[in-house]
Design a protein around this ligand. Structure first.
Ligand SMILES: [Zn+2]
Length: 297
């Protein structure tokens, strides 16, 4: 009962969706049709006004964001967004614009293989930043594989998106885990990304934490460089009481099935997720115990 009441209270709170890549075009289009029919997507003019707290939000407000600036956003998502006249925010990694540098997590998977690489990426996310940087340098040096190249978004593509309602904003310079960085490293990241976005006439003062990793040190550096709003990756509906540097977002994927997508947008999924994760952990503990018994008896 309590859950039902608080979901109703959240009814008019802002849903900010956090996407990454887009490959499942048909499903992504279905998601946008559902959004169009059930929510008020903030317009290109409303986004900066909302971010400066200058407007009252419409009923059932929603905002779409993409992290990383993956080229699939330009190739696949952008034409569909244009078709439905839906604006969005694209958080870019400034060092990667116009480059052939891969995302660091793709590089780890390239050198170690998909399964082992993915496991390693999750491990690395908890390492001090310098250890991550040195590990990657070592992988490149010692591997027999040729260097991995990846065609990142170029400036022409980014400007084309900007001209059609996509706000280009700040996702750091090289995408480290900022809570694993020293103060100097955080300062370098924010300084470089802010300067580059200013120089290119993009939106430098809206920030999304890489991997959602937030820290108090980062907040003070964001302030220093004039950043006004920063977005988390915490799978929650935004509340008007959110700290401007801790704005919640709902995690969605292009391939999220529509029934689950609706559940996520309702806010209910974010509430039951800690419970399902807890049950999943218990199940996996029971599984490992049974495997242990089967293997060693
Ligand atoms: Zn990211």
């Amino acid at each position: 009962m309590e859950t039902t009441i608080s979901i109703l209270k959240n009814f008019n709170n802002l849903r900010i969706l956090a996407y990454h890549t887009v490959h499942d075009l048909a499903n992504f289009e279905d998601q946008l049709i559902y959004i169009k029919q059930n929510y008020s997507v903030l317009s290109t003019d409303q986004i900066p006004q909302f971010l400066k707290n200058k407007i009252l939000l419409p009923k059932r407000p929603l905002l779409i964001t993409f992290d990383d600036g993956d080229p699939s956003v330009y190739r696949n998502a952008f034409p569909i967004l244009k078709k439905f006249n839906i604006p969005a925010i694209l958080f870019v990694v400034t060092d990667l614009i116009n480059s052939k540098k891969p995302f660091w997590w793709d590089e780890v998977e390239y050198y170690l293989g998909k399964v082992e690489g993915n496991r390693k990426v999750w491990e690395i996310k908890d390492w001090p930043n310098m250890q991550r940087v040195e590990y990657l340098e070592n992988l490149r040096k010692t591997s027999t594989k040729p260097r991995l190249n990846f065609d990142q978004l170029n400036l022409k593509q980014i400007r084309e998106m900007q001209a059609s309602g996509i706000t280009i904003a700040n996702h750091s310079h090289t995408h480290p885990m900022l809570d694993q960085c020293t103060l100097e490293e955080v300062d370098y990241e924010i300084k470089c990304s802010t300067e580059k976005l200013k120089e290119l006439n993009f939106c430098h003062d809206i920030f999304a934490y890489p991997n959602g990793n937030h820290s108090i040190i980062t907040e003070s550096v964001l302030s220093k460089y004039g950043i006004e709003k920063a977005f988390l990756f915490d799978h929650k509906i935004t509340k008007s009481t959110n700290h401007p540097f801790r704005i919640s977002r709902l995690i969605v994927n292009d391939h999220t099935p529509l029934w689950k997508f609706k559940l996520i947008l309702s806010g209910f999924h974010g509430r039951i997720l800690p419970i399902t994760r807890f049950v999943g952990k218990i199940k996996s503990k029971i599984r490992s115990k049974n495997e242990y018994i089967n293997n060693y008896r």
